[in-house]
Design a protein around this ligand. Structure first.
Ligand code: ZN
Length: 90
């Protein structure tokens, strides 16, 4: 059994919409200029975008539309399982 298998507590059907997704490295707070969307990691629910949570992960990944977020820790844990493609940083 892998440490981050399908029984990980953070997994609950994200595969339906995140498997094989292209993710963009997105320094938090910069990726959401207006910070009107209170983004959180799709896996561990750590706040990523918006608010004043400067203690949260300094790096995160966002989908192309910016409506889904993955923190750097969960990204490392699940990138193999989800076969994510990382887009080049712009
Ligand atoms: Zn996370």
């Amino acid at each position: 059994m892998t440490p981050f298998g399908k029984d990980d507590w953070r997994l609950h059907d994200q595969e339906r919409y995140l498997h094989g997704a292209t993710l963009h490295p997105a320094p938090r707070r910069l990726a959401v200029p207006d910070a009107c969307y209170d983004g959180h990691c799709e896996f561990c629910w750590e706040p990523i975008a918006g608010g004043d949570r400067l203690d949260a992960a300094s790096e995160a990944y966002a989908t192309h539309r910016g409506d889904r977020w993955v923190c750097s820790r969960c990204f490392e844990d699940f990138k193999s399982l989800f076969a994510w493609v990382v887009a080049n940083a712009v």
